[in-house]
Design a protein around this ligand. Structure first.
Ligand code: URP
Ligand code: ZN
Ligand code: ZN
Length: 458
């Protein structure tokens, strides 16, 4: 035994109970009352909760995007992750034109491996499909990257035909397709209209991508998945119409899964009227109160499966490129260090249970993307990725107390009730009381298993 976390209240997706956790060789070796420490290092978690580390299912670290590269690289992004209780990140590989899928993963892994401070896995965004790539999807599944993404927007967005083909292929090989669903042509039309009328502020980012623009694309994507009986994962769902479509499909028994993000659960479209509105520009944009309410209701019903960040931050000077033209604002916001503290705070305030937060931010992510039971659980044999959480610690989020490389945060001034005080990654302490204590290059690639989701239940 190397480590014992004693006297804490263990919180999993399904249970809350008092016990000690013993760790050996980076794995949980025993969970029991009053474990004899022998020579192990002891951490006293009296009065604290012990949770599985969060798994951020959606990050864009060092991603070339919006005329620049997202401003958290693999080191700073995963350092911030550790300090927010995230012990695994799923980062997006963007396939280059003509590039093979495994080559794309290896290219990104070469950047990530020497830098990552916590464990990581990949999803690959398919941008250039042909018969060889369709075949290679199977090799990617075997390589440990069974999840792919298609974008219905941006210059690397795919055609309907490509989306249809990857969906069809996915169900044959144990893969899962994630989709960024918005209607590109309507967005382009509304952007051109607003610019021609001299409407250039950040508000018009929202006005060019209002609720129905996302809902229509959700509906179309779900329709195809239903026809094929292929599983589908809708990333960063932000609108009430889409929630209705997801709920209906799930009620009918289809394997449709939705992720939302803390920024959609906390802010509303009013942020785009603020002087710093451009800092909140992300796609899909943050919607109105009705959509926020629908997202929380879907979380409570079980129709949202995961909460992830879509962490894709840019520095203030980059956001400022769009001061006089919203189309020049690089799209994306930060959140990797805020995901678990924010969601746990909502539980601490009584909105949902702590178990539900663990389910959304950790266990379900591991189950959906094929890395359970190694990740996302507190169970003998699972990796000792653990967070010690102090429910009594009040914390006000500020750029000054964050650990990424970004010069601002959209979460500035937000008060949370309760905060992580320690994060362990495979039994190693990587964060303690506000300080990062881990090391660059410690994080390992997590090889995920094939994914077989044939109904709405995990
Ligand atoms: O605005 C966003 N979300 N930027 C990151 C890329 C994406 O669409 O997920
Ligand atoms: Zn997206
Ligand atoms: Zn994203």
């Amino acid at each position: 035994m190397d480590l014992i976390i004693k006297n804490g209240t263990i919180v999993t997706a399904s249970e809350t109970y008092k016990a000690d956790i013993a760790v050996e060789d980076g794995k949980i070796s025993m969970i029991a009352e009053n474990i004899d420490p022998q020579n192990a290092k002891v951490v006293d978690a009296s009065g604290k909760m012990v949770l599985p580390g969060a798994i951020d299912a959606h990050t864009h670290l060092a991603m070339p995007f919006g005329g620049t590269i997202s401003a958290d690289g693999y080191e700073s992004g995963t350092r911030a992750a550790a300090c927010g209780g995230v012990t695994t990140v799923f980062d997006f590989v963007l396939q280059a034109k003509g590039e093979g899928l495994i080559d794309a993963v290896k290219r990104r892994n070469a950047l990530c491996e020497p830098e990552a401070c916590v464990d990581y896995a990949f999803h690959t965004a398919i941008t250039d499909l042909n018969d060889d790539i369709l075949k290679e999807m199977d090799e990617s599944v075997k390589y440990g990257v069974p999840s792919f993404k298609v974008f219905m927007v941006y210059d690397f967005g795919v055609t309907d035909g490509t989306f249809y083909q990857v969906l069809q292929r996915s169900k044959e090989i144990g893969a899962l397709i994630g989709v960024h669903a918005e209607n590109r042509e309507i967005i382009d039309t509304l952007v051109a209209k607003h610019l021609s009328e001299g409407k250039t502020s950040a508000w018009y980012h929202y006005a060019s991508r209002p609720e129905f623009v996302e809902a229509e694309a959700d509906s179309r994507a779900i329709r195809w998945a239903k026809e094929l009986h292929a599983p589908l994962y809708i990333v960063h769902l932000a609108n009430s119409g889409g929630v209705e479509e997801v709920t209906k499909a799930r009620d009918e028994g289809y394997p449709i899964f939705a992720e939302t993000c803390p920024q959609y659960l906390h802010f509303t479209k009013d942020v785009y009227k603020r002087e710093d509105g451009r800092n909140f520009v992300c796609s899909p944009p943050i919607k109105g109160q009705e959509s926020q309410d629908a997202l929380w209701a879907a979380i409570k019903r079980g129709d949202i499966t995961t909460v992830a960040t879509d962490h894709c931050p840019f520095q203030s000077y980059e956001k400022d490129w769009g001061k006089d033209d919203f189309t020049k604002i690089p799209n994306g916001c930060m959140g990797i260090e805020n995901l678990y503290p924010y969601m746990l705070s909502e539980a601490n305030k009584g909105r949902i249970s702590f178990n539900k937060v663990v389910e959304l931010c950790s266990t379900n992510v591991a189950k959906v993307f094929g890395c359970a039971p190694q990740k996302g659980m507190i169970a003998p044999g699972s990796d000792a990725d653990l967070v010690v959480y102090d429910p009594e610690k009040d914390f006000t989020i500020s750029q000054k107390n964050m650990h990424s490389d970004i010069d601002h945060t959209i979460w500035e001034g937000v008060e949370v009730k309760g905060y992580p005080v320690m994060t362990f990654s495979r039994g190693e302490l990587v964060y303690k009381d506000g300080e990062f204590v881990g090391s660059k290059g410690y994080g390992k690639f997590v090889k995920c298993n094939p994914i077989h989701l044939d109904g709405p239940n995990l």
